[in-house]
Design a protein around this ligand. Structure first.
Ligand SMILES: Cc1ncc(COP(=O)(O)O)c(C=O)c1O
Length: 463
């Protein structure tokens, strides 16, 4: 393989245009060569970038931020925080909502609340999950599972099912066969699609396990009419910049326990005891939401369902526009679930996959008539100034978690082959969806005309 400045890399027939910076030999991909491919003739890149999912402000945010500044409540206390907690509890049907600096902070405190209930409070300097395993969603963003490691625990990743792209209850049941001592499950609802939470809850109850439910991406998505984030012992929402509504950052911890809500508020404000001086009897964190951030969230909350409706329309337009191609949209169970359609995704049919390879950070592909690959489609989108993403890479494939157990519906997903016996054909569902899927530009400000161009470009990838 030979690198030259702004030249195509040729690797056994696989093509990808790269730029090599002569100063430090850093290699980066460029996409403009796509537009010289006859398949994309007549396509002009968007002047303004089409984002995967970006903030959409409405004006009320400014009002509440200004009020906080004018009244000098520029702190981690104030009316905006109180209102955001009240409205979020009301909208979700959770008894209590605790406003925090991020969804990750809510996951950390939620996991710690469960861990201390199960195993007691550790000494300062020790994690509440030391020596303990926790079952966790595998195909998710790493923020779902990292707090298990913050607390010294070991995540055991549970494979994904094809019906909703979330935790597979069959694999979860298998995991309890292998590790019956486990008492905590962290489960996410990916891309705004509710997972099989009833089945997961029934398995948890059978094994006397607690649930932390990561609804960071699924605010206002419902399962059997009930809000995601309210099925677990603790639920988590995120208001980061790419979510269905945003505060620029921020997150919420949902619980029906007054004691846990008060504990989370205490831990999030450095665990001060009721004394005139700084008195501490347990470890604290600086995790409370700021009243300025809460002002943005307060302004956004009334527009949530408007954003959800826009996201649903985007999903439906993709579904209609991509009909006839060998692809499927990210699925949901219409009998039980109302997704918020936060991200629209597609999955290429197996027989329509063109060859492509991924390393740890780079990817090469080959074009073939009638076929395409995630890398080709993402490069084509990048070439027209639109942002797509690979599917969230499953946790069991991440270098940091490569030695953690991974359980599929058929048992351990690690070390499955045998040099002397052919493999049993068990599928690693997460790896398969990661291999064949992509997240499509799903910004709620995208126009139908812009979406038509994106759909056209995807269709051309398969020519
Ligand atoms: C599934 C999931 N969990 C947790 C988080 C973490 O939320 P935050 O970015 O607010 O910390 C995110 C988003 O970033 C997410 O997508």
């Amino acid at each position: 393989m030979e690198f030259r400045k702004n030249s195509a890399v040729s690797f056994d027939g696989y093509q990808r245009r790269v730029v090599v910076d002569p100063a430090n030999c850093a290699v980066s991909a460029t996409y403009d060569y796509i537009l010289n491919d006859p398949r994309f003739e007549g396509i002009t890149p968007f002047e303004n970038k089409i984002w995967l999912s970006s903030p959409t402000m409405h004006g009320d945010e400014q009002k509440w931020v200004d009020e906080a500044i004018q009244t000098n409540w520029v702190s981690t206390v104030g009316a905006n925080i109180n209102e955001v907690e009240r409205i979020t509890a009301e909208m979700t049907g959770s008894k209590y909502a605790v406003a925090l600096s991020a969804g990750t902070a809510a996951l950390h405190l939620g996991i710690k609340l469960c861990a201390e209930k199960l195993y007691g409070q550790p000494k300062a300097g020790h994690g509440s999950l030391e020596g303990k395993k926790v079952f966790a969603s595998d195909m998710t963003f790493d923020a779902t599972v990292n707090p298990i490691a913050y607390e010294g625990g070991e995540a055991v990743f549970i494979d994904t099912e094809y019906d909703t792209w979330n935790m597979d209850p069959t694999a979860l049941e298998k995991a309890f066969e292998l590790y019956p001592e486990v008492r905590l499950i962290v489960v996410a609802h990916l891309y705004g699609t509710p997972g099989k939470i009833d089945e997961i809850k029934a398995i948890a109850d059978k094994h006397n396990a607690l649930i932390v439910e990561d609804a960071a991406e699924s605010f206002c998505a419902t399962y059997k009419g009930k809000q995601t984030g309210t099925f677990g012992d603790v639920g988590v929402l995120s208001w980061n910049g790419n979510k269905i509504i945003t505060g620029s950052s921020g997150g919420m911890l949902l619980t029906d326990s007054e004691e846990w809500a008060n504990k989370a508020r205490k831990w999030s404000t450095q665990s001060r005891e009721d004394a005139a001086w700084y008195q501490h009897e347990e470890l604290g964190y600086n995790y409370r939401m700021s009243n300025i951030v809460a002002g943005v969230v307060r302004g956004q909350l009334p527009y949530t369902m408007e954003h959800v409706a826009q996201k649903k329309a985007i999903y439906e337009r993709y579904k209609e526009g991509l009909k006839g191609l060998p692809v499927k949209m990210n699925p949901f169970d219409s009998e039980t679930s109302e997704p918020n359609c936060w991200l629209s995704c597609l999955l290429i049919d197996e027989e329509a996959m063109a060859p492509f390879v991924r390393g740890e950070k780079e990817s090469l592909y080959r074009s073939e008539p009638g076929k395409s690959s995630p890398t080709e489609i993402l490069d084509a989108l990048a070439a027209i100034n639109a942002e797509g993403r690979p599917i969230w890479k499953p946790m069991h494939m991440q270098p940091i978690y490569r030695s953690n157990p991974f359980i599929t519906a058929h048992g351990s997903g690690r070390a499955r082959s045998n040099a002397y016996i052919s493999e049993n054909g068990a599928v690693d569902v997460g790896a398969d969806i990661f291999n064949r899927g992509i997240c499509l530009p799903s910004d709620n400000k995208i126009t139908p005309e812009q979406q038509d161009i994106i759909i056209d470009v995807i269709q051309r990838c398969f020519r």
